[in-house]
Design a protein around this ligand. Structure first.
Ligand code: C2E
Ligand code: MG
Ligand code: MG
Ligand code: MG
Length: 293
């Protein structure tokens, strides 16, 4: 009967939902254990001057070295941690890990370049991100230009001013703010009008080279890079995978890039190995390129 089927379906969805809640619960206690046992690992992906291939900085990306499930990528746990508000715990842990690295390198007489951390919209609504990062910079005695913060463009989209205020407060405090995944949302140009970030990180989707999207993507890319140059805004492209993309971006005056073509995200030890040779680095960092006229 219809009624019987309905009841069966409800029971089915109920059991699915229970299963999912159960899974989330297991995952959260798993995360708690992972934090205690230091299973969350800091990876660093260099950012490069694409004209020379030299490193101008790096992005901190988290990995979960799970005792049973192996290495898990952020896509497998960050969204759930965001839904539960737990992400702030993990991010605070990771930011401190980054600060410890920077301090260690300075103490060892090395010349570290800035490291950027990803700040989730949920972090901003859960903790006082500005106070927290300031406190870390003080505790680890770090010059503030060494700490950069990436906030994804889509976070600004639903913003009720808090994200904008936090970005501004971070900049006032001397940290560098990047707008991550720029162009992936719908409010890009409106956001730019208020210019509360230092560097645009251009979303990798514009680099897609398949027949159908290439034309439009490139047109938009050209508009974004052209505009950034006009207003003297610093920019970097993410997800650079091929030499063809490098050439294209350089032609558009987008000099900085991050992606598998140059380096994959790597454990801290591998990044430290790169630091042993100063020739791998361009200590001028990311500069703006203004149009001459
Ligand atoms: P995102 O911040 O936009 O980071 C860029 C992502 O692109 C990274 O994925 C990176 O490994 C990947 N990527 C880099 N170069 C290339 C390339 O050439 N080709 C392709 N196809 N991909 C490339 P990952 O590490 O899996 O991180 C995914 C997202 O998870 C990040 O996107 C960020 O939003 C989030 N995430 C990562 N680590 C953290 C963290 O510690 N805290 C928070 N809140 N979010 C994080
Ligand atoms: Mg990022
Ligand atoms: Mg990004
Ligand atoms: Mg992205």
């Amino acid at each position: 009967s219809i009624k019987g089927n309905y009841a069966k379906r409800v029971a089915y969805y109920d059991s699915m939902m229970m299963q999912q809640m159960e899974e989330n619960h297991v995952l959260l206690s798993d995360v708690q254990r992972g934090l205690v046992k230091e299973e969350f690992v800091l990876y660093l992906q260099p950012k490069c001057n694409m004209a020379t291939g030299k490193i101008v900085g790096a992005e901190a990306l988290v990995r979960w070295q799970h005792p049973e499930r192996g290495l898990i990528m952020p896509g497998g746990f960050v969204p759930l941690l965001e839904r539960s508000g737990f992400i702030a715990r993990l991010d605070c842990y990771l930011w401190e890990r980054v600060c410890r690295c920077l301090r260690g390198w300075i103490d060892a007489g090395l010349r570290p370049m800035p490291i950027s951390v990803n700040v989730s919209r949920v972090d901003i609504y859960t903790i006082d991100v500005v106070e927290h990062i300031k406190a870390l910079a003080i505790e680890y005695e770090l010059p503030r230009y060494l700490l950069e913060v990436e906030i994804t463009e889509s976070a600004y989209a639903e913003d009720d001013q808090l994200i904008t205020q936090v970005a501004e407060a971070l900049r006032d405090a001397g940290f560098t703010v990047l707008m991550d995944d720029f162009g992936s949302g719908y409010s890009s140009l409106n956001i730019l009008k208020d210019l509360n970030v230092d560097i645009l990180k251009i979303d990798m989707k514009f680099l897609a080279m398949d027949e159908q999207t290439a034309g439009k993507g490139l047109g938009i890319l050209e508009a974004i890079t052209g505009m950034a140059k006009l207003i003297g805004m610093r920019m970097i492209a993410e997800g650079v995978e091929t030499e063809k993309q490098v050439k294209l971006l350089l032609d558009m005056n987008c000099v900085y890039g991050q992606g598998f073509y140059f380096y994959r995200p790597m454990p801290v030890e591998a990044y430290e190995a790169l630091m042993e040779d100063e020739d791998n680095f361009d200590f001028r960092g990311i500069k703006a390129k203004k149009t001459k006229n």
